[in-house]
Design a binder for this molecule. Structure first.
Ligand SMILES: [Zn+2]
Length: 79
């Protein structure tokens, strides 16, 4: 999955931490993704509106969240 991919995640597709449900949709520019198990992956990225897309963000990534593998596949057009 290429870095810079735009991920548009509905609240039910991502988790701020294990066992914690998200309360809102999340838009991320992908930095990297590490599989946790068959269903979820840790995704690191920059939030929409962070300075990464216009200048240089201070951080390699802004957010690290759990995302359902199904949602990741959908986001990159693999189903
Ligand atoms: Zn950033």
């Amino acid at each position: 999955m290429p870095a810079g991919t735009h991920l548009a995640l509905a609240a039910y597709e991502w988790y701020p931490r294990v066992g914690v449900r998200a309360q809102a949709d999340l838009h991320l520019w992908l930095v990297d993704a590490q599989p946790l198990n068959d269903d979820f992956a840790w995704v690191r990225g920059h939030v929409l509106g962070c300075t990464w897309d216009s200048s240089d963000c201070e951080l390699p990534w802004c957010r690290e969240v759990l995302v359902s593998v199904r949602a990741l596949r959908r986001a990159v057009g693999l189903g």
